[in-house]
Ligand binder design. Structure first.
Ligand code: SF4
Ligand code: SF4
Length: 91
């Protein structure tokens, strides 16, 4: 598994090769950094991120993973997150 995107770098560390199907991706959400803007939810093409009802240390409801929909490792969520709360990994 390799890290392919994080908001810190504001760019992809690897591009999706043309004609190659991405099997699976994973994301890591640092919930205490999340400010509940929901940009990641809006832009995720797979519906892999959803709101949660828990609170983080800042008093926001951080997003969480929706296990019903698989991540494709595209990295869009990490690129969009203004608070550097998401890291993306791809198998
Ligand atoms: S990497 Fe892509 S598919 Fe996976 S959660 Fe982020 S936006 Fe959704
Ligand atoms: S884009 Fe970042 S700050 Fe906004 S809801 Fe998603 S994880 Fe939280």
């Amino acid at each position: 598994m390799r890290k392919i995107a994080s908001a810190a770098g504001r760019k992809y560390h690897a591009q999706i090769p043309k004609g190659k199907r991405i099997v699976k991706g994973f994301i890591n959400i640092t919930k205490d950094l999340c400010k509940e803007c929901h940009l990641c939810i809006h832009f995720c093409p797979k519906g892999h991120i959803m709101p949660s009802k828990e609170y983080n240390v800042q008093g926001y409801h951080p997003v969480c993973v929706n296990e019903e929909n698989e991540c494709n490792g595209c990295g869009i969520c990490a690129t969009m997150c203004p608070d550097v709360a998401i890291e993306v990994y791809r198998e």
